[in-house]
Design a protein around this ligand. Structure first.
Ligand SMILES: [Zn+2]
Length: 305
């Protein structure tokens, strides 16, 4: 019996079925989202192992709960997710495809290459992508409760209505940083208590995970806002003036005002997830100085424009 359960296919199917039941009951996903989440979860479990799967699970559960958090208040302000917060296959794919690819990379790396650090780089890419989507989701679901008026990421002097695409708040930024930190902490706990589940070749790589995940979460989440502000399709609400990606705001129809027409929120999330994974690898390789320098100049440039 124990032998059967320790088979990753059997344990994976059991865990995914259990989680599928729970997340459907809690209305985290619709049927299409359930099927895709099942596949993403199973591949990441089988190919990436328990540590990779646990941070993905942290993303899934924390985002689901944050979406449900004060949903009615958010719906009233027009900043809630559509369909009562149930995510569809589009949402799941946009946030799950990059981690899936890197989990497969973790599986293939030791089989196809002799570079001992390659699995670590794949894992860093997976951590970067998941930190970014977690930070982004939690920051937008919780950041809307900021007491202060949000500001536009591409012009921090400009105040914008709540729910505006590219709008950022101090609360949202703090949540983004904390979410990335939590992801890094989970990885470090796995590295200490179940070392075989984290593909590192040195103790140095383990200590890197908290700054790596916190920084990628923070930067990736803000890149998401920039992408949203610059190219995403946008609609304006006639009643409150918010620029949003939603068809309906303040319970009235919104008007298309600009942005690339086919570039939706899903593409923004996919793009930022890709950037997060890239940043994760860059940091994993040990280029912290360059990234910190870049962030510093970016803040300098955006606050002076
Ligand atoms: Zn409105």
């Amino acid at each position: 019996m124990f032998e059967l359960l320790s088979n990753p296919v059997v344990s994976g199917l059991l865990i995914m079925t259990l989680l599928a039941g729970v997340s459907y009951k809690l209305h985290f996903v619709d049927i299409s989202g359930l099927v895709s989440a099942f596949m993403v979860g199973f591949i990441v479990w089988y190919a990436g192992g328990p540590a990779a799967f646990t941070i993905l699970l942290f993303f899934f559960l924390s985002s689901g709960l944050a979406t449900k958090f004060k949903y009615k208040a958010k719906a009233k302000q027009g900043v809630a997710q559509e369909a009562k917060g149930r995510r569809s296959w589009k949402n799941v794919t946009a946030s799950g495809i990059i981690p899936t690819i890197f989990a497969i990379g973790m599986y293939l790396a030791p089989r196809l290459s002799t570079n001992p650090d390659l699995p670590f780089y794949m894992f860093a890419g997976l951590v970067g992508a998941i930190a970014t989507t977690t930070s982004d989701n939690l920051a937008s679901e919780i950041g809307v409760f900021s007491k202060r008026t949000p500001r536009l990421i591409t012009n921090l002097r400009r105040k914008v209505p709540r729910g505006t695409i590219g709008g950022v708040s101090l609360l949202g930024e703090q949540v983004a940083l904390a979410a990335g930190f939590a992801i890094g902490l989970i990885v470090v706990l796995f590295a200490y208590f179940a070392p075989s589940t984290v593909p590192v070749t040195s103790a140095n790589q383990i200590t890197m995970f908290i700054p790596l995940a916190a920084l990628t979460g923070f930067v990736g989440c803000n890149m998401d806002s920039v992408l949203g502000a610059v190219i995403q399709n946008k609609f304006v609400c006639d009643i409150c003036g918010a620029v949003t990606d939603k068809d309906v705001h303040c319970s009235s129809q919104t008007k298309y005002i600009g942005g690339c027409k086919w570039f939706s929120n899903m593409h923004v999330n996919l793009g930022s997830s890709l950037m997060g994974s890239t940043l994760g690898i860059v940091l994993g390789v040990g280029l912290f100085v360059w990234v910190f320098g870049g962030v510093f100049f970016w803040i300098l440039a955006s606050s002076s424009s």
